[in-house]
Write a protein that binds this ligand. Structure first.
Ligand code: UDX
Ligand code: UDX
Ligand code: ADP
Length: 477
């Protein structure tokens, strides 16, 4: 029986390994993690992450050919194939702080693999890493090996949170990069055979190692760039009376452009986009490619501008101050159908409003109170050239101005304004008449996700701001 070990039981490793187990019943898959609480959760009825469909897959395979364990050493030693899906955050200190990837966890995993391996292994990079990381890993492995040979492959993950299981079961493509040597090509074929259990051959692309690594960074950079481009247009729409959704719709029908990732929003979030672009920026700078670095930097600058613009819009609409006013925040996750809050625009928007002394009442259907409090009280130490008022230092006394509540009606009761920051479906069908009746007047809605029916809300009596839409007479300069 082939044995696979997945190192890292997070958003990437957990779902990916579960789907491999589901589709390859003859392979034994063990997911290991240094975090005891995470592994305990994977072995319980309350999985550590929320993903539609994940629970069913885990229930079907767990303790049959899918196992979760903290015994990293044992399972690494026994495995033929090792998928490494550990976290690779942006470095917060030292050389390259604020931009370069922090590979501490990766290096830790590589050292364990080198130390424990008694037989030849295929080691696969799953987590997104800077280009040429595989080479560094290869060095750690070969310099510490006891005559064991390793093949390093890059098999980047393209799943989106919220649709992870669907993306894994039915991906547009799977990318496998490896050394173009006989041993490398054989390793590529071995991994290809795993995916061929459920995917047609033409969806599996094989490349050299560096192309696979760079394609992953490029993929996220291109997606983020589309959002920053449409967000740039949204500001222009508000200034000119154009409608961003009409502009998007027109663009989407151009088959050269395609329909996806053209929704203007309060800004993109998530663990990948900013991190991967900063990575590209850092690699470009390190190679003396200043213009290339500046080109990609602009995508993040536009994203920061969009969040900043939103905060300023809220404050200026409400008579230039939100001090002492109650603002209801609907949605904290970085997008709908996930409990993940990493780099969510809500953090910056909330902090911006708290910086102006607003009282916030926050509701998100999936994010816990603890998580929200942690996110808001954490002061990001190094955050590249982030606009300073988006990251004020939040003191414990300011945190007292934040309440986290259990539903949207409680959040909006007696509020002066509402900010929609995540596009959760349930926010579309709230009883806005009831909400209006229970709010202070004039009642404001700031729709950061363009999910609400502006005309209907104006009929009720709200003053409405929606990204990239013609401004309410109230809000016109
Ligand atoms: C363009 C638009 O495509 C069309 O929708 C619009 O109505 C008019 O402008 P055109 O300028 O005729 O059409 O040519 P296009 O095929 O878009 O190419 C424009 C330039 O981009 C060319 O120099 C082309 O060589 C270059 N290009 C295009 C690339 O370098 N790479 C590509 O992938 C596509
Ligand atoms: C992303 C990539 O899509 C995926 O291919 C990669 O493997 C990991 O990173 P994810 O971060 O899970 O996936 O979410 P995604 O759906 O890409 O959304 C990212 C952010 O962009 C969210 O905050 C979302 O709300 C925002 N977004 C997305 C927009 O603002 N407008 C859009 O049109 C699309
Ligand atoms: P991602 O979104 O990339 O999956 P997560 O933070 O959700 O990121 O998951 C990464 C996981 O990897 C965490 O649960 C972390 O504890 C685990 N991890 C990090 N380093 C190691 C290591 N050396 N061995 C085992 N697990 C590790």
């Amino acid at each position: 029986m082939v044995k696979i070990c997945g190192i890292g039981a997070g958003y990437v490793g957990g779902p990916t390994m579960a789907v491999i187990a589901l589709k390859c019943p003859e392979i034994e898959v063990t997911v290991v993690d240094i975090s005891h609480s995470r592994i305990a959760a994977w072995n319980s009825d309350h999985l550590p992450i929320y993903e539609p469909g994940l629970e069913q897959v885990v229930q079907q395979c767990r303790n049959k050919n899918l196992f979760f364990s903290t015994d990293v050493e044992k399972h690494v030693a026994e495995a033929d194939i090792i998928f490494v899906s550990v976290n690779t955050p942006t470095k917060s200190r030292g050389l390259g702080a604020g931009k370069a990837a922090d590979l501490t966890y990766w290096e830790g995993a590589a050292r364990v693999i080198a130390e424990m391996s008694k037989s030849n292994k295929i080691v696969i990079e799953k987590s997104t890493v800077p280009v040429r990381t595989a080479e560094a890993i290869e060095r750690i492995l070969t310099h510490n090996s006891n005559g064991v040979s390793f093949q390093i492959l890059s098999n980047p993950e393209f799943l989106s949170e919220g649709t992870a299981i669907e993306d894994l079961l039915n991906p547009d493509r799977v990318l496998i990069g490896g050394r173009q040597t006989p041993e490398g090509l054989l390793a590529i074929q071995t991994v290809k055979d795993i995916y061929a259990h459920w995917l047609p051959e033409d969806r599996i692309i094989t490349t050299n190692l560096w192309s696979a690594e760079l394609a992953k960074l490029a993929d996220n950079a291109f997606l983020a760039q589309r959002i920053s481009s449409i967000n740039a247009m949204s500001a222009l729409c508000e200034a000119t009376g154009a409608e961003v959704s009409e502009v998007s719709h027109a663009l989407s029908k151009n088959s050269k452009l395609g329909p996806r990732f053209l929704n203007a929003s309060v800004g993109f979030g998530g663990s990948c986009f900013q991190k991967d672009i900063l990575n590209l920026v850092y690699i470009s700078e390190s190679n003396g490619l200043t213009e290339v670095a500046n080109y990609w930097k602009q995508v993040i600058q536009m994203n920061d501008y969009q969040k900043d613009r939103f905060v300023k819009r809220v404050i200026s609409s409400m008579f230039n101050t939100v001090s002492g006013k109650k603002i209801a925040i609907l949605g904290f996750a970085f997008k709908k159908d996930t409990s993940d809050t990493r780099k969510t625009p809500s953090i910056d928007v909330c902090k911006g409003l708290m910086g102006d002394d607003a009282y916030l009442t926050i509701y998100d259907p999936r994010v816990s109170e603890d998580q929200i409090r942690r996110d808001l009280s954490l002061n990001s130490t190094v955050e590249w050239d982030h606009p300073i008022h988006l990251q004020p230092t939040i003191s414990p006394s300011t945190m007292k101005q934040v309440r986290i509540v259990k539903d949207a009606y409680e959040a909006t009761k007696d509020a002066h304004g509402i900010c929609i920051l995540t596009e959760w479906d349930e926010f579309k069908s709230l009883d806005y008449q009831r909400i209006f009746d229970n709010m202070q007047k004039p009642a404001f809605v700031f729709d950061g996700r363009n999910i609400l029916n502006v005309g209907r809300l104006r009929e009720i009596g709200f003053i409405v701001y929606s990204i990239g839409k013609p401004l309410d007479p109230w809000l016109r300069p």
